[in-house]
Design a protein around this ligand. Structure first.
Ligand code: BG6
Length: 466
C-alpha cells in the first residue's frame, strides 16, 4: 500500500469473538496481500493473563480455524508482528503499559508511528476506554505533525437517542471528528457500495428513482442463525437496535439520498445524514399499524437471556420520508433471526404500467423491479417485461442479473474498514449527525412499543407475523 508509515494496531478486546472471527483473519489477508504498511505491529489487549507467545498461539489457532488459503509460513510471519498486553479496560495501569509498549516500538523504529485503536469490546466499556486513551495521551498526534491516532468503534453507538448524544458529546470533547471511525460493516460490503454507482451512473435508473415511479421499497434482513452464544449481549438490545438502527437505515439512506455534489466522504456523509433526518418519527397511532415485533420460540432458553424476556428477535416496520422526492412511498423494513433462510436484500418495486398498450386488468402485474441482493450472494437483478414467445401477446417477466463479488479484487468488509481507517477515508463510516438522526427515529419506536403484542414464531419461519 502507499501508506508506508509505521502503524501500530491495538485491538482492545484482542481475544474476543470479533477479534478472533473477523479482525485477525482480515489483518492476515491484508498482510499477505501487502496492503498493510511495511512496518506494522498488532497488540492485543484483553483481560485473560497470557504471554506474548501464548497470544501468538491464540492468533495462530484462530487463523488455522479460518478458511483463508494462506500458508503456515505466512501465518507465522504475521504472528511474529503480534504481541499482547493483559489488562483491564477500567484499570489506568493497563493504558500505561500500553503506552510504554507503543512508545518503545516507535523508538525502535525511530519514527513517530501511527496508532489505530480498535474497540472490539462490549459497548458498556466505550466511555471508560475513550476516557483512558485520552488521559494517557495515547491518541495525541506527534508534535512534528507526523503520525496519526485513530479510533475505530463498533456499533451499537448508544442505546437510544439520549445515550447516543451523551456518548457523542464525550467523544467529541476528547477527540476530533477525523480521529473517530464509527463502523457500520454493511457500508463496507461490495454490493452496498455499489448502490451509489448503480443509482447515479445509470441514466436508466436515475429518472424513475422517486415517488412518481416507485411504488414501494422492501429492505429485508433475514438470518437463518439464532442468537447463538450472544444471548448476554443480544437480550439487552434486540433486533431493532442490533441491525435496524444501523445497517438497515444505512441501506435506506443509500437508496434514497440525493446525489452528492462530489464523490467525497464529506458530501456523501452529509447527504446520508440529511435523508435520515427526514424519517418521519412514529406516533401513538402509526405504531399500531406500521410496526410488528416477534420472538422465536425457545429464545428465552438461551444462555444469558432472561427467562421472561420480551426482547424481539424479529421486527417489521414501515417508514416514510418527509421529502419532496419520497413523500408517501412506503419503506418496508424487516429483520429477524431464526428465519427460514439467510437473505439480505433491497427490492425497489416500480409502479404497474397502468395505462397504454399493455394495460391489464388480469392478475398479472406489469411492473419493474430492481433487487439489490447483499447476502448470501452480492448480486443485482432487474426485472423487465417482455412478450412471451409464441402466438398472441402475453407478457412475462424476465430478469437480468449480475454478481458483484466475482472479482479477484474483492476484499472483505473488515479488510475494507481497516484499510480505509489507515488511509483516513471516512466515507464508509457514519458521522455523528447520521447516528443521531437514526436514533431519533428508532427512539420514537422504542418509546412506544411497550404495549405492542410480541408474536412468537417457530424457528425457520418465512414470515413470523401474518
Ligand atoms: C451484526 C449484528 O452487526 O451483523 C449481528 O450484530 C448480525 O447480529 C450481523 O448477525 C450480520 O452481519 P452479516 O455481515 O453476516 O450480514
Amino acid at each position: 500500500m502507499n501508506e508506508s508509515q509505521a502503524t501500530q494496531i491495538v485491538i482492545l478486546g484482542g481475544s474476543g469473538d470479533l477479534a478472533k472471527r473477523k479482525l485477525i483473519p482480515a489483518l492476515l489477508d491484508l498482510y499477505v496481500h501487502r496492503k498493510l504498511p511495511d512496518v506494522f505491529s498488532v497488540i492485543g489487549l484483553a483481560r485473560t493473563p497470557r504471554s506474548d507467545e501464548e497470544y501468538r498461539q491464540f492468533v495462530n489457532d484462530s487463523l488455522t480455524a479460518h478458511e483463508h488459503g494462506h500458508s503456515q509460513e505466512d501465518i507465522s510471519a504475521f504472528c511474529s508482528r503480534v504481541s499482547y498486553i493483559s489488562g483491564s479496560f477500567d484499570d489506568p495501569q493497563s493504558y500505561q503499559t500500553l503506552k510504554t509498549s507503543l512508545d518503545s516500538f516507535s523508538d525502535s523504529q525511530n519514527v513517530c508511528t501511527n496508532r489505530l485503536f480498535y474497540l472490539a469490546v462490549p459497548p458498556q466499556y466505550y466511555e471508560t476506554i475513550f476516557e483512558y486513551i485520552h488521559q494517557t495521551g495515547l491518541a495525541e498526534n506527534c508534535s512534528d505533525g507526523e503520525g496519526w491516532a485513530r479510533i475505530l468503534v463498533e456499533k451499537p453507538f448508544g442505546h437510544d437517542l439520549e445515550t447516543a448524544q451523551k456518548l457523542d458529546q464525550k467523544l467529541s470533547s476528547l477527540f476530533t471528528e477525523d480521529q473517530i471511525f464509527r463502523i457500520d460493516h454493511y457500508l463496507a460490503k461490495e454490493a452496498v457500495q455499489n448502490i451509489l454507482s448503480f443509482r447515479f451512473a445509470n441514466t436508466l435508473l436515475r429518472s424513475p428513482w422517486n415517488k412518481e415511479h416507485v411504488k414501494e421499497v422492501r429492505i429485508t434482513m433475514h438470518e437463518d442463525i439464532d442468537v447463538q452464544d450472544r444471548g448476554n449481549f443480544y437480550d439487552g438490545i434486540g433486533a431493532l437496535r442490533d441491525v435496524g438502527q444501523n445497517h438497515l437505515l444505512q441501506l435506506l439512506a443509500l437508496i434514497t439520498m440525493d446525489e452528492p455534489q462530489e464523490f467525497t466522504a464529506k458530501n456523501i456523509r452529509k447527504n446520508r445524514a440529511e435523508i435520515l433526518s427526514a424519517l418521519i418519527p412514529f406516533t401513538d397511532q402509526t405504531i399500531q399499524t406500521q410496526l410488528q415485533r416477534a420472538q422465536y420460540e425457545g429464545y428465552t432458553n438461551t444462555t444469558g437471556v432472561d427467562e421472561n424476556s420480551t426482547t424481539e428477535t424479529f421486527f417489521a416496520l414501515t417508514a416514510y420520508l418527509d421529502t419532496e422526492t419520497w413523500q408517501g412511498v412506503p419503506f418496508h423494513i424487516e429483520a429477524g433471526k431464526g428465519m427460514a433462510e439467510k437473505k439480505v436484500s433491497i427490492e425497489i418495486v416500480f409502479n404497474d404500467v397502468a395505462s397504454g398498450l399493455f394495460e391489464t386488468d388480469s392478475c398479472h402485474t406489469i411492473q419493474n423491479k430492481v433487487v439489490l441482493q447483499i447476502s448470501p450472494e452480492q448480486s443485482m437483478h432487474i426485472t423487465l417485461n417482455a412478450k412471451m414467445p409464441g402466438t398472441g401477446y402475453q407478457m412475462e417477466s424476465r430478469t437480468l442479473s449480475f454478481d458483484c463479488d466475482k472479482s479477484t479484487l474483492e476484499i472483505s468488509a473488515y479488510e475494507k474498514v481497516l484499510l480505509d481507517c489507515i488511509s483516513g477515508d471516512q466515507t464508509l463510516f457514519t458521522q455523528t449527525e447520521e447516528v443521531l438522526a437514526s436514533w431519533k427515529f428508532i427512539t420514537s419506536i422504542l418509546e412506544r412499543w411497550g404495549d405492542q403484542e410480541l408474536h412468537i414464531y417457530p424457528k425457520g419461519s418465512k414470515t413470523p407475523v401474518q
